[in-house]
Design a protein around this ligand. Sequence first.
Ligand code: DON
Length: 570
Amino acid sequence: MKTVILIIFTSIFLSACSPSVQEPTTGTTPEVPKASAQQAVAMPDTFSADAAMQVLKDGGNAVDAAITAQFVLAVTLPEAGNLGGGGFMTISMDGSPDFLDYREMAPASAHRDMYLDEEGNVKFIESLFGAKASGIPGTVAGMWEAHKKYGTLPWSRLVAPAVELAEQGFIVPDKLANNIQWYMGRLQERGLESNFGDYFGSAVAGERFFQPELANTLKSIQQQGPAGFYEGIVANKIVAFMEANGGLITLEDLKAYNAVWRAPLTLSWNDYTLVTAPPPSSGGVAVAQWIGMLDVYAESHELPEHNSAEYLHIMSEIGKRVFADRAEYLGDPDFVDVPVSQLVNHDYIAMRAGEIQQDSPSSTPDIEPGLVESEDTTHFSVMDKWGNAVANTTTINLTFGAGVVVTGAGFLLNDEMDDFSAKPGVPNFFGAVGGDANAIQPYKRMLSSMTPTLVTDDKGVVLVTGSPGGTTIISSVTQSLLNGLLFEFDANTAVNAPRFHHQLLPENTIRMHDGFDENVVSTLEGMGYVIDNRRFGDVHLIKRTPEGLDAASEASGRGKSIVLDAVETE
Ligand code: DON
């Protein structure tokens, strides 16, 4: 394999980078290959797939389609689609990469120890359930920013399909009905009080489900843009709900929220450029390190066979180091200095790859951050007929977020505050630990693993990918990239090949999908790994091939992918 050369898209970095860094080409319109006369969507449900494709058929671009998908998912995929959450959007428009951060922010009165009891122990439930678990939602501001910068169809047209689905109802898919029943059972088991059942308890598989309050909130957003959410009636409802339920978000907090355009993290890999998520996501740095260390390893060894025991072991060895760095260095770049250029520097990655033990797992407690120092999110991918692309990952954190609905406004709140480090060294829900860099501070964004990613070559965008799954997102994205471009699988195989994940803690534990060869599993167990069989992720991927676009949604979810010749749209 060729050397990975990592590039960050900031002048700060370009002045400090190593000689191997290449300046990426920007602002040029790549030659659009014939294959891109097609358009494609890979979506987490059928409603978002159909609505987004209709936007493309109506002449909208990839960002227009993404905005529609985001709002539709707030109606039809309440487990993760949202108005009350946030996310990241990675964009390629006219050949230029861009990145929109609409991650939630901590309210002004949030503070470092807000989830600790008198003895200093973490009160987990408070960062995961109920109003106090919520950061200031970013989705509406994010979609508005995306529309202002890149949208071509009118805002009200793009929000309309969501209004209609909330007002006129939609036929409830079995998987949604099952998830709602499961969640209501869980709330009951744990004795948690919530209005969730009042809003979702009447959803029955195969029957039409109406959400009149959500429809009104969406209409307010449709007519007034962000002012229809962050000010006025909807804002008052959010604040009244916070005051009645021990939440922290105030009217000032809602007004203070801003979505931010950031330079995406870009890295040159073989003949490709990867365009991915910078901090406050940990995902781009982690993917860069994971792919980079595999590359270095493969310079002196045969590239391990796909999904062989050696492949899983080497990738787990890399994962240990990736997650040790994540815990120490990653956080909101508006609050802490994240040493991104050092973490993705080729020499540093080569040094870390040199620590990999080929035949046995490295001792977990010995893996330290390496710089010398001194379960529900959703993803979708879109490509339009001009070759523009969007990879968008959005979340309210766990399935159904904080489990409570803003009374009268009809939408679920996020429980994203759990993504902060409530106490140094104490794992959050996803088993991720952290320290000062990700400590809670007013208006800070909590560290994320969401990694919406695009890959380009000299003809334009060649792959669009992303996934939900907390910290496992990083593995899903890394492996979908490797599957699609290194192992050259088609889209369907790239998203459905069994995946695995290792993240330093729990010690020597590899989370694995079903479907691996039994010998691979027994070899890994023989090496001392513990196998955790819980499935993770829901990848939605589009790949450009010489024959045309190829799109796939992971079969275990309720996704739908569509590829259409542009000519069919007339
Ligand atoms: O931003 C993050 O990394 C998490 N809040 C994502 C949560 C998630 O993916 C849950 N999905 N299964």
